[in-house]
Design a protein around this ligand. Structure first.
Ligand code: HEC
Ligand code: HEC
Length: 483
């Protein structure tokens, strides 16, 4: 767990990539006088841990020493330089927030948690972990926090056992881990998942009698940060979950797969029955009983405690040390010059309009008209109107194939999809319903596309927890029928 606590390297540094389209203008509180000069790309520290956060949008410093590559980007991008007023006003609201610090829970591993009330009286919790921001042409990119508040180790260990234990499934054959496997970045490497009745792991898993789940399994890595904004603020109780954001919080999400016939429930139980069945199985297991008693002082295991335990474990599945994060924290060698160019290109062509914040997701729904996945009985309408949530761009090296139905198998294919889009690829989605920020994408090919892909590769952290319990309290096969 050492990787959770990184020591940030404060201060500014000079990069090899000087004289650029980069505009440094956001000074979150750590920004002192004389801290910026024309030739710096300087990530700043956002002070979610400080008593107040003050944004200063003055000091625009637009240098335009162009390289050939930048000219190419500029030629291809017509109107991407306009400040996104909506985003900035949002940030001002958050940045003027009053932050009250509360003591977090007292376990050795946890850091303090803060409650932040913004101008709209919304409460947001944020860890003390520090985030770094950089502003490129008025668009803010943010590192993941360098730490997260961790539940006590007993809770985490209990949640880990539950995550790997097929005791949670109707036919005792499927665990959470069946579809969220470390070797596939906590996805399953399939276009669309197979739960009930399947045998084997990942793409090799056979399809059982309930068929294939309509959607691609997203990674659960970093889901503790779902919904995090550009200043590193987030509210774990309102964290959006699923490709259509239909559930909020890891604890509530965790109960949904149990109820799903295809994922875990199977045909032997109704939804009401499976909830009762799983809870009575757990209460009848003396190992689980003792663990819930010790971790949560619970005499009786309930559905909501089950959700909490699974959430507590998943909170530890983080990967916040990608080259991009390390570069933002001051390690100038963490990203290559090509990747730094790719980062600029990513902003310039407008990817960051949706893929924003530390997770590279705005956690909002957008209509892109991605082609329908093959073999579905009925089209996947996303939120009902063919909008899907912007997915995170972290850990993509581990989580192919991509899109909500695994429609594209490589990042190159995905980037091609964004190359000057004109028509919806989905016959159910008329062109005039496509998101404007998508339709306005410029031509993205050649070196520009390559650089963007190189930048996406700077968002992988391969040092995540891949541990698998040797056995689970039910005595059933660890991870379900994945051998
Ligand atoms: C049969 C495969 C399968 C099983 C078993 C399964 N999942 Fe999933 N998981 C998926 C798929 C597919 C999605 C996306 C579904 C959707 O968006 O409608 C998903 C989504 C999620 C998400 C949302 C991630 C995000 O960023 O929105 C989390 C968290 C998650 N699963 C955790 C779990 C937990 C915890 C369990 C066990 C209780 C579990 N899953 C069991 C396939 C599975
Ligand atoms: C209008 C908002 C928007 C813009 C702009 C946008 N994306 Fe996306 N992106 C999405 C949404 C929404 C999805 C999911 C679509 C789906 O599955 O139907 C997605 C999916 C992806 C995926 C697949 C990730 C996964 O795990 O499945 C990648 C990679 C990606 N986008 C990269 C980019 C890049 C690179 C750019 C710029 C060239 C970009 N996006 C611009 C909203 C956007």
């Amino acid at each position: 767990m050492n990787k959770l606590t990184l020591i940030p390297n404060p201060g500014y540094y000079r990069t090899r990539f000087t004289g650029s389209l980069v505009t440094l203008l956001l000074c979150l509180s750590a920004c002192g006088s004389g801290s910026s000069s024309d030739s710096l790309i300087s990530p700043n520290t956002a002070s979610v841990a400080n008593e107040s956060v003050a944004a200063d949008n003055n000091g625009t410093n637009n240098t335009n020493t162009s390289t050939e590559f930048e000219n190419e980007i500029e030629a291809q991008v017509q109107s991407q330089t306009e400040i996104d007023n909506e985003d900035i006003s949002d940030i001002n609201i958050e940045a003027n927030a009053v932050i009250e610090t509360e003591a977090g829970n007292n376990s050795e591993t946890s850091t303090e948690t803060e409650t932040v009330t913004n101008a709209n009286n919304q409460t947001t919790s944020a860890t003390i972990g520090e985030v770094r921001t950089i502003q490129i042409n008025n668009v803010i990119l943010t590192s993941l926090p360098d730490a997260i508040a961790l539940p006590d180790s007993e809770k985490v260990e209990l949640g880990r056992l539950l995550f790997w234990d097929p005791i949670l499934s109707g036919d005792l054959d499927v665990a959470c881990a069946t579809c969220h496997l470390p070797e596939f970045g906590y996805g399953d490497g399939r276009e669309r998942s197979v739960g009930v009745g399947g045998i084997g792991a990942g793409p090799a898993r056979s399809v059982g009698h309930t068929g294939v789940v309509p959607r691609n399994a997203p990674t659960v890595l970093n889901t503790a940060w779902n919904g995090i904004n550009q200043l590193g603020l987030f509210n774990s109780e309102r964290a959006p979950m699923f490709w259509d954001n239909r559930t909020q919080s890891l604890a509530l999400q965790a109960l949904e797969p149990l109820r799903s016939q295809q994922e875990m429930r199977g045909d032997s139980f109704t939804i009401e029955e499976i909830e009762v069945e799983v809870i009575s199985r757990l209460n009848a297991n003396s190992d689980y009983q003792a663990r819930f008693q010790s971790a949560y002082s619970a005499d009786e295991i309930t559905l909501s405690l089950l959700g909490t335990a699974l959430a507590d474990f998943q909170t530890t599945l983080i990967a916040n040390n990608a080259p991009f994060d390390r570069w933002m924290r001051g390690d100038t060698n963490a990203m290559t010059a090509d990747q730094v160019q790719g980062m600029e290109a990513f902003v310039e062509v407008g990817c960051a309009k949706c893929h924003s914040g530390p997770m590279f997701s705005d956690y909002a729904l957008h209509v892109l008209g991605v082609a329908e996945a093959t073999g579905l009985d009925t089209p996947d309408t996303g939120d009902g109107n063919f909008a899907f949530r912007t997915p995170t761009l972290r850990q993509l090296a581990f989580t192919a194939p991509y899109f909500h139905g695994g429609q594209d198998s490589t990042l190159k294919d995905v980037i091609d999809f964004y190359d000057n889009p004109e028509n919806s690829e989905n016959p159910n989605v008329p062109n005039d319903e496509l998101d404007d920020d998508f339709l306005n994408m410029p031509t993205i090919n050649g070196q520009l596309a390559e650089r963007i892909e190189q930048f996406l590769n700077a968002l992988n952290d391969d040092q995540f927890d891949r541990s698998k319990p040797e056995s689970v309290p039910s005595g059933l096969p660890v991870g379900g029928l994945i051998e």
